[in-house]
Design a binder for this molecule. Structure first.
Ligand SMILES: C[S@@+](CC[C@H](N)C(=O)[O-])C[C@H]1O[C@@H](n2cnc3c(N)ncnc32)[C@H](O)[C@@H]1O
Length: 447
């Protein structure tokens, strides 16, 4: 499976298809290269005028020194434009998060091309089983979901889910068609609303210290009529809930018909063990943070190991990895450089050798041996591990937070602006695309 996953993650250079666009016709991506080309053309025109003026000036001296002047003109004509053409590789880039600068610096393929050096941690499932859905299903799902998303009651969901994860959660819930959905971490209720859109008649259980209705006083929030809330004064943490009694109350006999959604920023190893203990098998973790980032220990961090391509990072300051990290850090907000990655004793795992929990209110150092054991434990219970790809490439969404060298290829790849537009994604505010943190769906074995 790993091989397949890795090869999936290195797609051939993109050729447009199906958009009727041919060769990536139109689009922001193209706009970016057009902008680059245009400025290049302007520079060239300017240089040509200067060269022509110089040539004219030298031609006046023709009678004094004909051959050296001609030679100089030729040198100017050929060398100067070429020097300018190459200068964009060495110029300073003023706005680090500007998509045009990024595209110019890396080129489109280069947005993700450091994959081999930085790698992507990937959890191995026991028997190589994968999800049933395909990229075609995801595209079809996107087409359906965009108009639904436009009707969301909470338009500004800062600190909650953006478009990518809302789509992922909706898609997974709709595909699995559970008999009961449980969410831990509701905030104003956007994710409850998403679950409701996926399954209009299925009961929901929501656990959150603050009841979403409290937010109604200040602005939009969502409270569901078919949801049992363990919130406010009735709040119970997922790990302390008497799930046997709750399942009985909801007449659930088959726990594999229940979908759990975690967006509560707790250590995911802790949550996984609690879910296993209760007998749940289908779990979604919203914030599946990359190594070196985030406020809780994630499955992705746990799976970052030496035996997986791209796992086990180098803390050597003069390594290729350090150089590439430093370069990418300038363009992607969530990228980490070697200093940020490595803690004392060259501890790169988790976040600088720390296992964070509960919004980083608790942080416990772990040894590499413990971290390694955690990954062996995870792999021993994992039937399926599937990271939601970003919905669209960064030149389309203008997102600057996740680094495309560390994610699966997007559902709508860079350059496919017509498809992006046709799906209605171009009409959404850019800010909704900036919350992607590798949301993951896992199926765990029956214990
Ligand atoms: C990022 S927000 C959730 C966003 C929400 N799912 C959405 O999409 O809009 C995290 C939420 O987790 C809640 N939380 C904090 N500790 C929790 C816990 N132990 N169990 C469940 N929720 C918790 C916070 O109060 C907050 O509402």
């Amino acid at each position: 499976m790993l091989e397949r996953v890795l090869s999936m993650r290195r797609p051939p250079p993109h050729t447009d298809d199906g958009d009727g666009g041919g060769g990536g016709g139109g689009g922001d991506g193209d706009a970016a290269s057009l902008a680059a080309d245009e400025s290049k053309t302007k520079k060239h025109n300017h240089v040509s005028i200067l060269v022509a003026r110089a040539a004219h000036h030298f031609s006046k001296l023709n009678h004094v020194c004909p051959w050296p002047c001609l030679l100089l003109c030729l040198v100017l004509l050929f060398l100067v434009p070429s020097a300018i053409r190459h200068s964009r590789n060495i110029v300073c880039i003023s706005d680090p998060y500007d998509p045009v600068s990024r595209a110019r610096f890396f080129g489109f393929d280069g947005l993700e091309s450091d994959f081999g050096s930085l790698g992507v941690p990937w959890c191995r499932s026991k028997h190589g089983k994968n999800v049933e859905w395909t990229s075609k299903d995801l595209l079809k799902g996107l087409e359906e979901f965009v108009p639904i998303y436009e009707t969301r009651p909470i338009k500004n969901n800062m600190y909650g889910m953006g478009f990518d994860h809302s789509f992922g959660l909706w898609f997974i819930a709709r595909w699995l068609k559970p008999d009961l959905m449980i969410e831990s971490g509701a905030f104003k209720g956007h994710s409850t609303w998403v679950l409701r859109q996926a399954m209009p008649d299925t009961p929901i259980i929501s656990l959150s210290p603050r009841h979403p209705e409290k937010y109604l006083k200040k602005g939009p929030a969502y409270v569901d009529g078919n949801c049992t809330y363990f919130a406010g004064k009735d709040f119970v943490d997922f790990g302390s809930m008497d799930w046997k009694t709750v399942m009985k109350k909801h007449r659930i006999t088959d726990l594999s018909r229940v979908l759990i959604f975690f967006d509560d920023h707790q250590n995911e190893l802790k949550r996984l063990k609690q879910a296993l203990r209760a007998g749940f098998r289908h779990l979604v973790f919203e914030d599946n943070y990359d190594t070196g980032t985030g406020d809780h220990y994630s499955l992705r961090q746990i799976c970052d190991q030496f035996y997986i391509t791209g796992g086990g990072h180098s803390c050597f300051k003069f390594s290729d990895e350090a150089r590439i990290r430093a370069k990418r850090k300038k363009f992607w907000e969530k990228s980490v450089d070697t200093d940020e990655l490595c803690g004392p004793g060259e501890a790169w795992w988790g976040v600088r050798g720390i296992m964070r929990d509960n919004f980083n209110h608790s942080n416990e150092p772990i040894s590499y041996t413990q971290h390694f054991q955690n990954s062996r434990f995870l792999e021993s219970v994992l039937d399926v591990y599937w990271e939601l790809p970003p919905v669209a490439g960064p030149s389309l969404t203008h997102q600057s937070r996740y680094d495309p060298a560390r994610t699966s290829p997007p559902i709508v790849e860079d350059g496919r602006f017509r498809l992006f537009q046709r799906l209605g994604l171009a009409g959404l505010d850019r800010s909704v695309f900036n919350g992607y943190t590798q949301m993951v769906y896992v199926e765990v074995s029956k214990q």
